[in-house]
Design a protein around this ligand. Structure first.
Ligand code: GDP
Length: 296
């Protein structure tokens, strides 16, 4: 599970502070050196780690902390607060349009989990009483279209595809018009992925974006790729402009570097995380709960 190693190391380090009746600046310094190493080992971005440790240190050596009756616990609370802030502080919600349908554009590299996540997101929205339509715009891979159809079936969501049309912009535009006519309140557009970011992929996404004007552009990235995931978020945001990130495969990521770095490096919120292959394995991303997982 995520943060395995990090949780153990931070808890051990901070446990040592908890027991002390008085704390000196030197004690804090020593603990922060350990915290820094643990975060780097968890594959957190170097600059993020440096800033994090600096902030925690500054707050921790304040007089009211060191002179308090429970200085160790205060430092632990500061670390917890700052971890939460690193991941955005509060949970970031989807932009739901006041005028339905809300159009959500899914993007991501091939294999990141985009199509699976599209199904999971539809399921999540259905649970909230929404009525989503899933649109297959991956015109290059018939298997991806079929995969989405199966997922839509499973979720009980409307499925939209155009078999003989290889123009994803047209398909997306037609789908949104159809959703309007039929009264679906959410349209989730699954797009083609590529193995690597290339201009063609970005152009296609940009064209879909300018035609259907999505309320929410989500990027699915694989948590297990660590700092690569952070770079992918940066690149997609610069080229396309995204509203949020879905972090997939958290179940296979023991380190957690992507989860802890994405917001701080790119300023893009992680809105959901996926923790398995099943349709129900998607949850809103709560920075406070994630921080609590680290510090126990
Ligand atoms: P796409 O190419 O981005 O559309 O990727 P897919 O949705 O086809 O997913 C690629 C593979 O990753 C599939 O085998 C999925 O079952 C798997 N997958 C997707 N999300 C998760 C997840 O959160 N956890 C795990 N363990 N596997 C996942």
């Amino acid at each position: 599970m995520i943060f395995e190693g990090l949780a153990e190391k931070l808890q051990n380090t901070l446990q040592g502070l908890r027991g002390k009746g008085t704390l000196s600046e030197k004690d804090v310094d020593a603990a922060m050196r350990e915290v820094k190493l643990a975060l780097l080992e968890a594959d957190v971005n170097y600059k993020v780690v440096k800033d994090f440790v600096k902030r925690v240190k500054e707050r921790s050596i304040g007089e009211e902390v060191l002179k308090s009756l429970t200085p160790g616990q205060q430092v632990i609370k500061i670390v917890n607060d700052e971890l939460k802030e690193l991941m955005g502080g509060v949970q970031s919600k989807l932009n739901i349009s006041s005028k339905p349908p809300t159009v959500i554009l899914m993007s991501g590299l091939q294999g990141a989990g985009k199509t699976t996540t599209t199904g999971k997101l539809a399921y999540n929205l259905k649970q909230q009483g929404k009525n989503p339509m899933l649109v297959a715009c991956d015109v290059y891979r018939p298997a991806a279209v079929k995969q989405l159809e199966i997922l839509a079936d499973k979720v009980g969501a409307k499925f939209y595809s155009e078999e003989n049309n290889n123009n994803p912009v047209q398909i997306a535009t037609n789908a949104v018009a159809e959703a309007k006519t039929l009264g679906f309140d959410i349209v989730i557009i699954d797009t083609a992925g590529r193995l690597h970011i290339d201009e063609e992929l970005m152009d296609e996404l940009k064209n879909i974006k300018s035609s259907v004007k999505p309320h929410e552009i989500l990027l699915v990235v694989d948590a297990m790729t660590g700092q690569d995931a952070v770079n992918i978020v940066k690149t997609f945001d610069e080229a396309l402009g995204i509203d949020g990130v879905i972090l997939s495969k958290l179940d296979g990521d023991t380190r957690g570097g992507a989860a802890l770095s994405i917001r701080a490096v790119t300023d893009k919120a992680i809105k959901f995380s996926a923790t398995g292959e099943k349709i129900g394995d998607l949850e809103p991303f709560y920075p406070d709960r994630m921080a609590n997982r680290i510090l126990g």
